[in-house]
Ligand binder design. Structure first.
Ligand SMILES: Nc1ncnc2c1ncn2[C@@H]1O[C@H](COP(=O)(O)OP(=O)(O)OP(=O)(O)O)[C@@H](O)[C@H]1O
Ligand SMILES: [Mg+2]
Length: 246
């Protein structure tokens, strides 16, 4: 369970300050599939960064499994990020000089020697994830030789290395065509339904938003809508239009 209460965030640059989150209250239960929508600049990425423990400069309370993030030590916080959360971004963030397998097992190098995966375990798990992503044959290829959809599946495999309970995704299909986006969505649904992974996905993609059981809309730093519905699993993708990212 993730619980945000009265979260405010202000960016300060030089003389100017910009209040981006204006008292966000939000509870996300284990195993939920939540999409977060809203216009460009409304504060979605800012919110994800706070939930993911990447940004500690806010006021208000963020609790995960009953523990306040602001009271965690640096070590606990990095453990939370590395072990319990997988991050997926619009632009994949793969390292070009490494193979796909090396990219997938990269998080295992940041364990700080406290009981994470051994090199062999990481390799095995990496290969298993690549197979799950239908990319076993790309293990030793470099990301540059892959399509966008394949790159995103490598990034998702990397995010899953430590079997996170929570996947945080910022516009994961923003750089993909419809077919690749649909494949990613199918994968997300599977991770949520079969493996019980909690999904928080910021998206401009209507089809992703419609697939989520819950849609949270942010307008200028406030949650203005929080809607639960039966996920729409039979969207006719041939006629649906994607909302353009502003
Ligand atoms: N590091 C920063 N310093 C100063 N201002 C920032 C910083 N990051 C974001 N902002 C500002 O905060 C506001 C919210 O940004 P945020 O990235 O959270 O929006 P967003 O909803 O994710 O938008 P998009 O859909 O374009 O990704 C924007 O006005 C942005 O310019
Ligand atoms: Mg953003």
């Amino acid at each position: 369970m993730i619980r945000l209460s009265g979260v405010h965030k202000t960016y300060r640059t030089g003389q100017t300050s910009l209040e981006v989150l204006k008292g966000v209250d939000l509870e996300i239960g284990d195993g939920e599939f939540v999409s977060i929508i809203g216009r460009s600049g409304s504060g979605k990425t800012t919110l994800l960064n706070i939930i993911g423990g990447l940004d500690s400069d806010y006021t208000g309370k963020v609790e995960v499994e009953g523990r306040k993030l602001s009271e965690m030590s640096d070590r606990d916080l990095s453990r939370y990020r590395n072990r319990h959360i997988g991050f997926v971004f619009q632009s994949f963030h793969l390292l070009g000089h490494m193979t796909c397998l090396e990219n997938v097992i990269l998080p295992s190098l940041f364990n700080g020697g406290d009981g994470g995966l051994s090199e062999k375990q990481a390799q095995d798990r990496g290969l298993e994830l690549l197979a799950q992503m239908d990319l076993a044959d790309k293990a030793h290829a470099r990301p540059i030789h892959l399509s966008g959809g394949q790159k995103q599946r490598i990034a998702i495999a990397r995010a899953l290395l430590h079997k996170p309970e929570l996947l945080i995704c910022d516009e994961p299909t923003g750089n993909l065509d419809r077919d690749s986006g649909d494949a990613i969505l199918k994968l997300f649904s599977q991770l949520n339904e079969r493996d019980g992974i909690t999904l928080i996905i910021v998206t401009h993609d209507d089809i992703i938003a419609e697939a989520a059981a819950r849609v949270v809309r942010i307008v200028e730093g406030n949650v203005v809508e929080d809607r639960r519905s039966e996920p729409n699993k039979n969207v006719d993708t041939s006629t649906s239009q994607r909302e353009e990212s502003a």
